[in-house]
Design a protein around this ligand. Structure first.
Ligand SMILES: [Zn+2]
Length: 69
């Protein structure tokens, strides 16, 4: 779980690849406005859904493995 938190935090420092472009020239308010634009929201949604599906698949696999033993 700790590893997951570190991974989530480190991903904040990387670009979301929602679109090409430089994200370093914003001030704080400009950056906040920018990340709530549609393309960023769409990619954030995809990332969150992928995380949820991966977590559920992992949990399901773990339960199945427990049942087999
Ligand atoms: Zn952007």
């Amino acid at each position: 779980m700790k590893r997951l938190a570190v991974l989530a935090l480190s991903s904040l420092a990387t670009p979301a690849f929602a679109h090409f472009g430089d994200h370093t020239h914003f001030d704080i308010m400009g950056l906040l406005e920018h990340v709530f634009e549609t393309d960023h929201i769409v990619f954030a949604t995809i990332a969150v859904l992928t995380g949820i599906f991966a977590y559920r698949a992992g949990k399901k696999a773990g339960l199945k493995q427990k049942g087999d033993a």
